[in-house]
Unconditional design. Structure first.
Length: 245
């Protein structure tokens, strides 16, 4: 990953740039960095705040030969790679909130947005957008209680370059292991060890339906397994939001 790099001082969204360049034939592993995003995008149609110079705002273009059903696993393995990279660089005990937010003390440090850019036969272009709050000195009023940064958590600035490099190295390794072995039991175990959601009470909103239960693990397809009064339900990342209770 990262043999081809696109860098922007200011752009609306690196995910949008990556999708455009994917259509123009940018190679597997291309990485898109921005110092600032003016229209950063989050999951579920939300906006993502990406002020100048404060975070790692990047997207990675992957061209896996996978069935669409395997895409959920890429979401999970990205979360694991980013979580471990942050632990490696800062020593902070950060955790994953399923599927792939990275949190510290219940506040969000990282958001990841995976989008499908194109599909031909079984070769699809996937854009994995990663936003890490690194040196944000403060957050806007509406995010203050929900978000944090590595600077706020450690009390000192963290090198965005080093962190981005660590993330890309770990992502490459996780991705290659996944292509060789799939999301096997060893992977699910490593993910579960880092995942704060597993073992917690959760409330799931799936379209118009709402239910509560205890998250007990990850299925072979990457779904979150939730034990409810009516049995075990499998929850897929694209369709739901899970809130701690
Ligand atoms: C979320 O938690 O809702 C996902 C946020 C993803 C933000 C990153 S920043 C780099 C990339 N470009 C975007 O527009 N979004 C992602």
């Amino acid at each position: 990953l990262g043999r081809t790099v696109f860098s922007y001082e200011v752009t609306d969204s690196t995910n949008r740039r990556a999708r455009e360049e994917a259509d123009r034939g940018a190679p597997h592993g291309s990485v898109f960095f921005a110092e600032e995003q003016t229209g950063g995008r989050g999951r579920l149609g939300r906006a993502w705040s990406a002020p100048r110079g404060e975070g790692v705002w990047m997207s990675v273009l992957l061209r896996p030969k996978l069935a669409p059903a395997d895409i959920a696993q890429i979401t999970l393995l990205t979360g694991l790679a980013v979580c471990d990279a942050i632990r490696e660089v800062t020593g902070l005990p950060v955790q994953i909130k399923w599927p792939n937010d990275i949190v510290l003390d219940g506040k969000k440090l990282v958001g990841i947005l995976t989008e499908m850019a194109a599909e031909e036969d079984r070769i699809c272009a996937l854009v994995v957008g990663i936003g890490v709050n690194v040196n944000n000195p403060a957050f806007p009023e509406e995010l203050k209680d929900k978000a944090t940064s590595l600077l706020l958590a450690t009390g000192k600035p963290v090198s965005r370059k080093e962190l981005a490099a660590r993330i890309l190295l770990r992502l490459e390794k996780e991705y290659e292991t996944f292509l060789r072995q799939g999301a096997n039991a060893a992977f699910r175990k490593r993910y579960a060890e880092r995942c704060a959601t597993i073992g917690s009470l959760v409330k799931v909103v799936m379209g118009n339906e709402e239910f509560a239960g205890t998250a007990i693990g990850i299925s072979e397809t990457g779904a979150l397994l939730v034990q409810t009064g009516q049995g075990i339900r499998a929850v897929n990342s694209g369709e739901v939001s899970v809130r701690g209770m």
